[in-house]
Design a protein around this ligand. Sequence first.
Ligand code: TQI
Ligand code: ZN
Ligand code: ZN
Length: 169
Amino acid sequence: HYSFFEGQPRWQEGTEELTYAFDPDNGLDDTIKSVFGNAFKRWAEVTTISFRETASYLTADIRIGFYSGDHGDGEPFDGVLGTLAHAFSPTNGRFHLDQAEDWVASGDVTKASLSNAVDLESVAVHEIGHLLGLGHSSVEEAIMYPTITARTRKVELADDDIQGIQVLY
Ligand code: TQI
Ligand code: ZN
Ligand code: ZN
């Protein structure tokens, strides 16, 4: 079953659009950016919120970046595997990914040659759930279930994810 953060924080009532931006210092290519776009679209399809990329990093609602180790927010990354990414509850908007992972942004992660390969869209869909206000789910099929194995892809929202997010939006 789905859960929320303590106090059930959410983006403001009436929010129709949230903007997102990529840390300009990361210099991410379009392939990677489009993976995030697809992940946002999955949540937009089941809520009343749409997501739009903006170039204004500092004023975007959701700020996405890849960092390694200690990156200044008191939650250092730990190298290969372990923590892959973290996102914060509404309305913080920080969405950080561990630069040390072997991210797979295109192609079939189950066929990746690196045993540590992690599917970027799978992690993005999960973290966006947190950014919108979902905690973890006890339902194994749910995107918000707190386990993912390397070299697997899980990007489809389950009924449980949809029911949870529709309580909020
Ligand atoms: N990152 C954790 C996560 O997103 C960070 C975290 C732990 C967290 N507890 C939290 C974030 C509570 C918000 C609220 O769950 S992770 C998965 C999963 C991670 C884990 O790197 O461990 C995914 C990132 F669920 F599969 F285990 C993405 Cl999909
Ligand atoms: Zn961080
Ligand atoms: Zn999580």
